[in-house]
Design a protein around this ligand. Structure first.
Ligand code: ZN
Length: 133
C-alpha cells in the first residue's frame, strides 16, 4: 500500500479542504509574512491556532457542520465584496442607470448600467474618463 492509498484511507469520511480552509490558510500565510517585518507579540501563537483550526476542519468527520461554516464564509465574502464594490465610488445604481461624477467638474452623468467598461464624455467640460457600469 503506497502513501496515496494510506492518505485516501485516512481522509475517508473526513471533510477535507474547502474555500474557507483556503482562506484561513491564506490569512495564516499573510500573518506569517507580516510577522517577519513587524514583531507583534502573540502573532506566532495566533497563526499556530489558526493552522490547528484549519487542520481540525479538514480532518473533521462532521461534514454538515463544516459545510455550514463554509456557506457562512462564502455569504460573508459576498457581502463584503458587495460592500467594497458599492463603496468604491464607481457610481450608485438608480434603477437601470448608474450615476457617475465627472472627475474634473463633478458634473453628475447618468449612464445606462451593465455595459461593462465605457468611455464617458462629460457634457459640461468635455473631459473623457473610463468607468465600469
Ligand atoms: Zn466635467
Amino acid at each position: 500500500m503506497d502513501w496515496r492509498d494510506r492518505l485516501n484511507r485516512f481522509m475517508y469520511g473526513r471533510y477535507g479542504q474547502d474555500q474557507f480552509s483556503k482562506f484561513l490558510l491564506a490569512v495564516c500565510f499573510v500573518l506569517l509574512i507580516l510577522s517577519f517585518f513587524i514583531p507583534i507579540p502573540g502573532l506566532g501563537i495566533l497563526v499556530l491556532l489558526l493552522l490547528v483550526y484549519v487542520y481540525f476542519r479538514m480532518l473533521s468527520r462532521n461534514v454538515t457542520a463544516r459545510a455550514a461554516e463554509n456557506r457562512k464564509y462564502l455569504e460573508l465574502k459576498d457581502r463584503f465584496l458587495g460592500l467594497f464594490r458599492g463603496g468604491s465610488g464607481c457610481g450608485r445604481v438608480q434603477g437601470e442607470n448608474v450615476i457617475f461624477r465627472c472627475p474634473k467638474c463633478s458634473q453628475k452623468i447618468r449612464i445606462p448600467g451593465g455595459k461593462g467598461l465605457v468611455e464617458i464624455t462629460c457634457p459640461k467640460c468635455r473631459t473623457k474618463f473610463r468607468k465600469r457600469t
